[in-house]
Design a protein around this ligand. Structure first.
Ligand SMILES: NC(=O)c1ccc[n+]([C@@H]2O[C@H](COP(=O)([O-])OP(=O)(O)OC[C@H]3O[C@@H](n4cnc5c(N)ncnc54)[C@H](OP(=O)(O)O)[C@@H]3O)[C@@H](O)[C@H]2O)c1
Length: 298
């Protein structure tokens, strides 16, 4: 298949490009600059979210996987919020509008979203059918998915993937936790009772490709393992795999001072269940946290 990717140069995108090329697919990507780290078989086309993407220079495509977005893990100043919002909402709008102008349109748009869609929900089990929550991230995800769904009016199949914090060595939550935990400085966040969804990077990459290739999938899918854990359980499992103690409790105030309002996201409780994902036939290679961590850390 001919794939067009955005955000191909990021943590998930790099792995997705490798998986698609290994699977014999052709890859074009839209981004702000060419990445020397990406396999040169992936063809680059210059685009930043505020502009119309140059889709006329891209060979006829079968599927679009849209990952681009300003990083969430930063202080949410007014400028950062605007970048986070515009890169996703305006970017998706411009992408869909350019697809609309194509004579030969792709069949499917698989678009990143996030479990932030559900907001802070205590012990409630959150399936793809659950209502969205409230707050900056939830509103962002609702608007992001709404823009992606506009592509349905063009005849595309649209699948938002509500991505949980991704476990991988190169980037994301795990890479940030590794150094303090190795030095025995790890610990739970606040009470540790908040539910923490997660997904192994390899499962997420497989899920994006599954959603692109499976014509029966038409609705959002939770990109989150079937075994979410509380933050305290995650902390214990992580420390056990590293064979290090993690006796500390990181207080809310300390995180607020370090990260500002963004730190609230670390206290949001999201007991996410990938109900539609599993019903669609997708099987997780890493459904359990211990095996996922052992695979990544050993
Ligand atoms: N990683 C996670 O744990 C996680 C969890 C939930 C949701 N997600 C979502 O999944 C998607 C992929 O995640 P990721 O971890 O691979 O993200 P990432 O490493 O931060 O990469 C995202 C890509 O988006 C593009 N980008 C960044 N800032 C941008 C801006 N201001 N305007 C336009 N494009 C911009 C960049 O591509 P170019 O430089 O090539 O333009 C970048 O490589 C993101 O949308 C993210 O929000 C990720």
């Amino acid at each position: 298949m001919n794939y067009l990717l955005t955000g191909a140069t990021g943590f998930v995108g790099k792995r997705l490009v490798s998986a698609l090329l290994s699977g014999g697919h052709r890859v074009n990507y839209l981004g702000r600059k060419r990445s020397p780290e990406l396999d040169s078989r992936a063809a680059f086309h210059c685009w930043s979210a505020g502009e119309d993407p140059p889709l006329n220079s891209v060979p006829r495509m079968d599927a679009v996987i849209h990952l681009a977005g300003e990083p969430i893990a930063q202080r949410w100043t007014a400028d950062a919020r605007k970048r986070i919002y515009d890169s996703r909402i305006v970017g998706t709008r411009n992408l869909v509008s350019a697809i609309g102008a194509l004579k030969y349109k792709p069949a499917v748009l698989v678009s990143a979203s996030a479990v932030g869609y559900y907001g802070d929900r205590g012990d409630e089990i959150l399936t793809e059918q659950s209502a969205p929550g409230s707050g900056f991230l939830a509103d962002l995800c609702v608007h992001w998915e709404r823009e992606a769904f506009q592509a349905r009016n063009l005849g595309l199949r649209v699948v938002p993937i509500r991505v949980a914090p991704v476990l991988g060595r190169e980037a994301g939550a795990l890479s940030k936790m590794l150094t303090p935990f190795k030095f025995g400085l790890g610990g739970k966040v606040g009470s540790g009772r908040q539910w923490m969804p997660w997904i192994h990077i390899d499962d997420l990459v497989r899920l994006f490709i599954f959603a692109a290739e499976n014509n029966d999938v038409h609705e959002p899918l939770n990109g989150s393992s079937p075994a979410p854990v509380t933050n305290a359980e995650f902390t214990r499992a992580f420390a056990a795999v590293l064979k290090r103690p993690a006796p500390w409790t990181i207080p809310r105030l300390a995180l607020k001072l370090a990260l500002g309002e963004m730190s609230d996201a670390l206290f949001d409780s999201q007991r996410v269940a990938p109900a539609a994902t599993e019903q669609s036939g997708f099987r997780f290679d890493y459904p359990e946290l211990k095996a996922a961590l052992e695979n990544l850390l050993k």
